[in-house]
Design a protein around this ligand. Structure first.
Ligand code: NAP
Length: 282
């Protein structure tokens, strides 16, 4: 794992088990219909090269529309989708991935993730199906999401192909050092979801103060803190002006003491996500 070179428009890449992932992507949860297609198109035009969707977001069709409208070459954009837990039986996984590709109108996605752990289907079977769809050419890389340290270790041991990431909630209020260490041990990266703490960082005094010293907003400091740890982040916004703000983070660097100060804000209790079916976190 490691950070790659800068390109124009400025973008940093995180390398993990053979994947080269743009460090900032656009999250699309809750973006629907024309708004979603328009935001994806605008994001790509502004320099985003990584889009995150999922079967359960019910917007893969609109994400595909936005990608095509942007006019950017397919190979220049890293597209992730996620298989929902009800499709973890091997045949369902293959069928539902085919449906995702039809909706996206893409021959393959760059990254296909298991969206949440599902204790009702043996993990090895689901991973076998994930590797099978990769071999069929339906995705370039595979990974997991919302996996605990114990589940990451179990998945890596059971999977015949490398997993490239664990996509988990991560922002300055939530300490994810254990998951980060587990990923690093296996050459995987963390992809941070809810990276601006669902908008809560906007009013954070510490982030705002650090930002003033760099001419940046609290959100930009927060996203810079994430990518400076070799983590990818997928902030979501429904506002065009914030698309630019959230990607304009590659022209400054946080000092070691600023990084530490932000890291000290995190605790194990800082989780904002409660879907009611989450695994027991370590
Ligand atoms: N794997 C999973 O289980 C999982 C779970 C949750 C999310 N995700 C993925 O991660 C993505 C991001 O997570 P999220 O949507 O939960 O939360 P998020 O990106 O942390 O926060 C989104 C919220 O923050 C606001 N915001 C965005 N940029 C801002 C800025 N620069 N300043 C102030 N406010 C800002 C947005 O409001 P405006 O729209 O008004 O800008 C929106 O209300 C999702 O869209 C999805 O793709 C994955």
């Amino acid at each position: 794992m490691g950070i790659g070179s800068f390109e124009y428009p400025p973008m940093q890449f995180v390398e993990a088990n053979g994947a080269r992932i743009p460090a900032i992507g656009l999250g699309t949860w809750e973006l629907r219909g024309r708004t979603c297609a328009r935001l994806v198109e605008q994001a790509v035009r502004l320099g985003y090269r990584h889009i995150d969707t999922a079967q359960v977001y019910d917007n893969e069709r609109e994400v595909g529309d936005g990608l095509r409208a942007s006019g950017v070459r397919r190979d220049d954009v890293f597209v992730t989708t996620k298989v929902w837990t009800t499709h973890f039986a091997p045949h369902d996984l293959e069928r539902s991935t085919r449906e995702s590709l039809v909706k996206l109108r893409l021959p393959e996605v760059d990254l296909l993730l298991l969206h949440w752990p599902n204790p009702h289907v043996p993990l090895a079977e689901t991973l076998g199906a994930l590797v099978h769809v990769k071999k069929l050419g339906m995705c370039r890389h595979i990974g997991v999401s919302n996996f605990t340290v114990a589940l990451i270790d179990e998945a890596v041991a059971a999977c015949p192909e490398p997993l490239v990431c664990d996509q988990v909630e991560y922002h300055p209020y939530l300490d994810q050092s254990k998951v980060r260490q587990a990923c690093a041990r296996h050459g995987m990266t963390v992809v941070a979801y809810s990276p601006v703490a669902k908008g809560r960082i906007k009013n954070d005094q510490t982030l705002a103060r650090i930002g003033r010293a760099h001419g940046k907003s609290a959100a930009q400091v927060c996203l810079r803190w994430l990518v400076q740890q070799d983590v990818c982040a997928i902030p979501r916004t429904s506002r065009i002006e914030r698309l630019s703000e959230n990607i304009d983070i590659f022209d400054f660097a946080l000092a070691a003491e600023e990084m530490e100060q932000i890291s000290r804000m995190g605790s194990a209790k800082g989780r904002l996500t409660d879907f009611g079916f989450a695994p027991k976190w370590d």
